[in-house]
Design a protein around this ligand. Structure first.
Ligand SMILES: Cc1cc2nc3c(=O)[nH]c(=O)nc-3n(C[C@H](O)[C@H](O)[C@H](O)COP(=O)(O)OP(=O)(O)OC[C@H]3O[C@@H](n4cnc5c(N)ncnc54)[C@H](O)[C@@H]3O)c2cc1C
Length: 568
């Protein structure tokens, strides 16, 4: 297995430097002054090198090898364990954890940028650090002092791993219907009984211990528990907890990431936080998990895009019969596809990094009004980014297959794997339908602060744009505001609003990427990366208004035409 060239980190760096608020973040006392441009550049280059040397060579191999169950335990593809050890030894899991927990205290935006590189190289492997980081956040926010002392140092270092156990056969989007029960025992622990489904890295042979962050029904309601894969006996001996791997799912993609059905047969666990507050407490992980799902899509899109650009420059077909064939990148339709894919990926990449910077500001900003504005903006943009980032991975890889023609459909080229790996991102961490309902009910109907902050910030950037770009972006922002107003008027008939919720989320996605495109489009520079991003931005803006008009119409149409469903 040979290493490919490291991924070009220049576009990621350019997006970070262009992100609104990054200067402010670096200037804050106790902020992230250490994450200056030079440091970010060095970290990203090192991460790209690590990914090229240790992860990219595992990608196709892990896809073909998959995971298996041997003697009741899950085996991940050979090579993963060594890669995880190297990843942990190099300190990558510690990046954005607080220094007092053994982390490096770097910002979330840098962790999100590194995650993109990991996901471009081997998205199946990239699932594990997301779980480990999310669980550490949950325990740090709500765990008892004993749980923190036992779990946080090992989790932060990557010595131990974690899983998130929410879903069950009859409780997917509707987590509130789960049936796993937790009963208190005399020694203060809890006995957990039930069946969990689709648990990513629910078991594996990468670390000696896994902490399952599990949602179960206890006497006071839905509560969160930490259920370790292994317990410690009185003499410190390792005892297997009562958790059984029922099977590893066979699935479309991400074959190197074991998706487990787990049986908890009176397993021992410990309460995390307050009993009955499980669903609310999960929210500390949601920023990280939703951001990660969108970033995974962007990382995968980047991988497909790179292949498509390279192939289009090399593959020769067409042109005048009297002359040698020309590179397919010379054909208008191929240029259209490459522009579309690049513009989509880059504007969504920029959006994800802008959200991460705002999330850092929402934690570090001392000015309470500004902090609240950042928090509201993040809450508004997260379901949007989660969805369009996830779609970006699948749709860009599908278009990449189109650019490669028949070759793209074969296993000889890596884009068919990207397409398969990317499909899940709009399903887990909340399906597109559920993100749209979240945006409508929670972010619009229960107060539209995030939308107001977004529109104010986006409109403030309008004057800098060229006339056409300004017009297109401005029209898109107006359409979003108008759709929001009309949807607010539909609160009395929620079905009408919900019928247009996904279209509204996409309209909001066009406005958000339009904002990023506008900021990219104004770069007057000789730097080739910035020029490339400016071109991507201008392409995205060139028909933004047309796209927004369709999404606007679909958002506000109401539910009347759904009556046709009864005739199906
Ligand atoms: C590879 C993989 C990894 C996963 N990893 C984990 C994990 O680590 N931990 C974990 O707990 N879970 C995990 N999951 C489960 C995942 O979170 C669920 O699949 C997801 O939440 C959707 O639930 P569901 O599959 O039951 O779909 P359903 O809830 O049955 O949804 C099916 C369809 O109905 C729509 N729908 C459902 N309810 C509504 C509604 N009220 N209004 C409108 N539309 C609705 C949905 O949008 C969707 O289109 C994983 C799944 C996969 C495939």
């Amino acid at each position: 297995m040979s290493s490919p060239a490291p991924i070009d980190v220049a576009p990621i760096l350019a997006h970070i430097e262009a992100a609104p608020g990054v200067g402010r973040l670096r200037s804050l006392p106790g902020g992230f002054a250490q994450a200056d441009q030079e440091t970010v550049d060095a970290v990203l280059r090192e991460a790209a090198r690590f990914c090229a040397d240790h992860l990219a060579p595992l990608n196709a191999w892990g896809d073909r090898h998959g995971c298996s169950v041997e003697n009741g335990r899950v085996r991940v593809p050979p090579g993963y364990a060594a890669a995880w050890q190297t990843y942990a030894d190099a300190g990558w899991p510690t990046l954005d954890h607080p220094v007092e927990l053994g982390g490096q205290g770097l910002p979330l935006f840098l962790a999100a940028a590194v995650q993109q590189l990991v996901d471009s190289s081997c998205a199946a492997f990239g699932m594990l650090p997301v779980l480990q980081r999310s669980a550490a956040r949950l325990i740090a926010a709500h765990g008892s002092e004993a749980l923190k002392a036992e779990w946080l140092p090992a989790l932060v270092r990557g010595d131990w791993a974690a899983s998130i156990c929410i879903s069950e056969a009859d409780a997917g989007s509707d987590a509130g219907r789960l049936r796993t029960v937790a009963e208190p025992t005399e020694d203060g622990s809890w006995s957990i009984t039930g069946e969990k489904m689709w648990i990513s890295f629910g078991d594996h042979d990468l670390t000696p211990r896994i902490g399952h962050c599990l949602l179960a029904r206890s006497p006071a309601g839905l509560s969160l528990f930490l259920v370790p894969s292994d317990l410690r006996g009185e003499a410190g001996e390792v005892l297997r907890n009562a958790i059984v791997v029922r099977r590893v799912e066979e699935k479309l993609g991400l074959h190197g990431s074991p998706t487990c059905a787990l049986g908890f047969e009176g397993a021992t666990g410990w309460l995390i936080g307050a009993e009955g507050r499980g669903l609310q407490q999960l929210f500390v992980m949601i920023t990280n998990m939703r951001l990660s799902a969108g970033v995974q899509g962007v990382g995968l899109a980047t991988a497909a895009l790179e292949v498509a650009h390279g192939y289009a420059a090399e593959r020769k077909q067409g042109g005048p019969a009297s002359a040698p064939p020309v590179a397919i990148a010379r054909h208008a339709d191929v240029q259209r596809m490459l522009l579309e894919m690049t513009a989509r990926t880059e504007t969504i990449r920029g959006l994800g990094l802008a959200i991460a910077v705002q999330a850092d500001l929402a934690a570090a900003e001392p000015d309470l009004e500004a902090r609240a504005a950042s928090a509201a903006l993040v809450q508004w943009l997260l379901p949007i980014f989660k969805t369009i980032g996830g779609e970006c991975g699948f749709e860009v890889s599908s278009e990449a297959i189109q650019v490669l023609g028949g070759a793209g459909y074969t296993r000889e080229w890596p884009v068919e794997q990207v397409l398969r790996d990317a499909r899940i991102a709009t399903i887990y961490e909340g399906t597109t339908g559920m993100q749209a309902i979240d945006l409508l009910h929670r972010r619009l109907w229960r107060g539209g602060e995030g939308l107001s902050v977004f529109l104010a910030m986006a409109r403030a950037d309008l004057p800098a744009g060229a006339e056409d770009d300004r017009h297109s972006a401005g029209a898109c922002f107006d359409l979003l505001e108008d759709a929001a107003r009309r949807l607010e008027a539909m609160q009395a008939s929620p079905l009408d609003g919900e019928a247009g919720a996904t279209a509204f989320l996409h309209l909001a996605g066009l406005a958000a990427t339009g904002w990023i495109a506008l900021r990219l489009s104004v770069a007057e520079t000789c730097d080739p990366t910035r020029r490339r991003l400016a071109a991507a931005g201008r392409y995205w803006l060139s028909d933004l208004e047309d796209r927004a008009r369709l999404a606007h119409a679909q958002s506000v149409r109401g539910a009347a035409r759904l009556a046709l469903f009864d005739a199906l």
